[in-house]
Design a protein around this ligand. Structure first.
Ligand SMILES: [Zn+2]
Length: 365
């Protein structure tokens, strides 16, 4: 077997299952190529002339979902040499700015949040890379151990050689991820990863032994933000909103197996919950109106489906102008120059058209 096997030298450009495996600079180069492809495609989908269809296509085909497999394979390396990821995110941001005119920096930041956090459900590749890579490493762990033991049994190489590389990869991804977390979120990360590793091992054991699959809830990240910065009810509503968000195909995700998608989502939740809390703290002092709008958006029972549900026969469900205006209002974009008067009541309109939500004439007597 040893003589029949072909061993590549390390750091040689080579594609395996669509992902570059030759090392950091090759992986980064592949990401830059993908960014160019996405840029070209983003120009093409403008032919649809329908913002809701464009938004849904951008999210499903041209966003992080387009490169998620690369992030799972090379997330850590891509973050270390991040030119490819930054280029990709810039292309995404261009699409958002085109779809939502009048967006400021704060609105753009909000657009890249989960829908349950008041965003458009888009993701920055730079921030998704580590959860994606770490999730795939954690879920692959038990299978890799079996493979390594079989390799050793076949006399090819010691199992420890493979497993020590794997542990090193997990450690590096985890350290980089922790740099973005505060103390509270780190505790949530530790607890979640511990539970996920145990459950991944027991799930794999069941599969190997033909046992009935475990139907209990897979481990979830704690509601790390509930106690301090948000009321408990709101924190639950937000996490529910994020976790109930459908995947790119509009399907809800089963959470009874520790799949890579599940672990990636929970890790993303830990980061997003922390960053959302910081965002809310910031705007509560700087921008009271935006803060109130966000509280409403993140409230219990708020439906975000209008952002992505399309009619399979007729495409968009909302008229183009209505959709654009609704998204602009969601993200606090500037809609009018602010020097016009309301035709109903005669008051001055503000640039974000918040007045439209409150305008009411007194009842005629
Ligand atoms: Zn008015």
């Amino acid at each position: 077997m040893k003589s029949a096997a072909i061993m590549d030298e390390p750091n040689v450009a080579s594609i395996s299952l669509g992902a570059e495996v030759g090392g950091q600079s090759f992986a980064d180069g592949q990401m830059r190529e993908k960014s160019q492809v996405v840029e070209q495609m983003a120009r093409r989908i403008q032919c649809c002339q329908d913002p809701q269809v464009e938004l849904t296509l951008t999210r499903a085909c041209l966003g992080v979902s387009k490169v998620n497999h690369l992030l799972r394979a090379n997330g850590t390396e891509l973050v270390m040499e991040s030119t490819g990821l930054k280029k990709f995110d810039e292309v995404q941001a261009q699409s958002v700015r085109r779809l939502v005119p009048g967006l400021d920096a704060q609105g753009e930041e909000q657009a890249f949040r989960a829908m349950g956090f008041g965003g458009l459900g888009l993701r920055k590749a730079l921030y998704t890379a580590l959860p994606a890579h770490l999730a795939s490493l954690i879920v692959a762990g038990p299978k890799l151990l079996d493979l390594a033991e079989n390799l050793e049994h076949a006399g090819l190489l010691p199992a420890e050689l493979v497993m020590s590389e794997h542990r090193k990869a997990i450690e590096t991804a985890r350290q980089l991820l922790e740099e973005r977390l505060d103390a509270q979120a780190k505790v949530a990360l530790d607890n979640f990863l511990e539970g996920a590793e145990v459950r991944a091992a027991s799930d794999w054991f069941d599969v190997k032994h033909g046992a009935a699959p475990d139907r209990t809830q897979a481990p979830r990240a704690e509601e790390s933000r509930s106690a301090t910065s948000q009321p408990r009810v709101l924190a639950q509503a937000i996490s529910g909103g994020l976790r109930d968000e459908p995947d790119e195909m509009g399907q809800s995700m089963a959470a009874t197996t520790v799949s890579t998608a599940h672990v990636q989502r929970e890790l993303t939740y830990i980061i997003e919950a922390k960053e959302h809390a910081e965002f809310m703290d910031r705007i509560s002092t700087d921008d009271d109106r935006a803060h109130r709008r966000m509280l409403e958006l993140c409230g219990v029972g708020v439906c975000h489906k209008w952002l992505w549900i399309l009619n399979p026969r007729r495409g968009s469900r909302l008229a183009s102008e209505d959709l654009t205006l609704a998204v602009q209002s969601r993200l606090g974009a500037t809609v009018s120059p602010g020097d016009e008067l309301c035709r109903q009541c005669g008051e001055a309109l503000d640039p974000r058209l918040s007045h439209a939500f409150f305008c009411a004439l007194s009842e005629p007597t």
